[in-house]
Design a protein around this ligand. Structure first.
Ligand code: PEP
Length: 245
């Protein structure tokens, strides 16, 4: 049985004391969390405190990074600034609020890969795009930054329909399967038929303890990128409990 990854994107929900409180609760129930594939994505400023308090080998990632490695980029954080295992790239909030386009996202992806840090590239359509039958066109465009030059690199694609993020509106398993199959077929052609063994597929969008069990029936899902429910320890624990070891 494959090991399902749980990626917890805390966004900007937890400050330093909230992050430490979460980790202390997690340490107190370490048996539940050990031997699992979990990555926590705290705010950049809280990563060091989280690492210092964490008493297990849970991985830590960055929610985003700058497209540059170093220099005059006030307020931004380089992928080299913090020792992490993974980095989220192209999250829909970055695309919509910070106007990140494919050029920027591609630079961030390259920056992450060249630092040997595993990127999670987020893709997905808005409700308007879905209603206008543009989902495949949008996915084609967002995936076009990948190419066979990346084959062999460890990479995750998180399919996150924008309309499902934070809305409580979760697509059916059939819809998710269809989209993940489409993404897989696009990857096959972008990678010129090369092996896709190093690429994982995640689903993200309103995942919580009430729906994860059903979502686990989607065979193509290797993991979940979870936002708001992951920043509340009790909700997060109730999700993790349902992942069989
Ligand atoms: C996300 O922002 O990546 C996400 C999946 O959020 P939520 O779980 O809150 O929908």
């Amino acid at each position: 049985m494959k090991k399902i990854t749980i990626a917890a994107n805390w966004k900007m929900y937890l400050d330093e004391s909230g992050s430490i409180d979460f980790i202390e609760k997690l340490n107190a129930e370490s048996d539940l969390f050990s031997n699992r594939d979990i990555i926590l994505f705290p705010s950049h400023a809280c990563i060091r405190s989280v690492k210092n308090h964490l008493k297990s080998d849970i991985k830590i990632g960055m929610q985003d990074c700058d497209m540059h490695e170093q220099g005059a980029y006030t307020g931004s954080t380089s992928i080299k600034a913090i020792d992490v295992a993974s980095c989220i790239v192209g999250h829909s909030e970055r695309r919509a609020i910070y106007k990140e386009n494919n050029d920027i996202i591609s630079e961030k992806l390259q920056r992450t890969l060249s630092s040997d840090i595993e990127p999670i590239l987020c893709v997905g359509e808005t409700l308007e795009q879905k209603n206008n039958q543009l989902t495949e066109t949008v996915l084609d465009d967002q995936l076009s930054i990948l190419s066979n030059k990346l084959s062999g690199k460890q990479l995750t694609i998180a399919y996150e329909p924008v309309w499902a993020i934070g809305s409580g509106d979760v697509p059916s398993n059939e819809y998710i399967s269809e989209m993940l199959s489409y993404i897989k077929s696009r990857l096959k052609s972008l990678y010129s038929g090369a092996d896709l063994d190093n690429i994982k597929l995640f689903y993200g969008g309103s995942v919580d303890a009430s729906n994860i069990n059903e979502l686990l029936n989607v065979e193509l899902i290797d993991g979940f990128l979870i936002g708001s429910a992951s920043a509340n320890f009790e909700k997060f624990r109730d999700i993790v409990k349902q992942i069989k070891l």
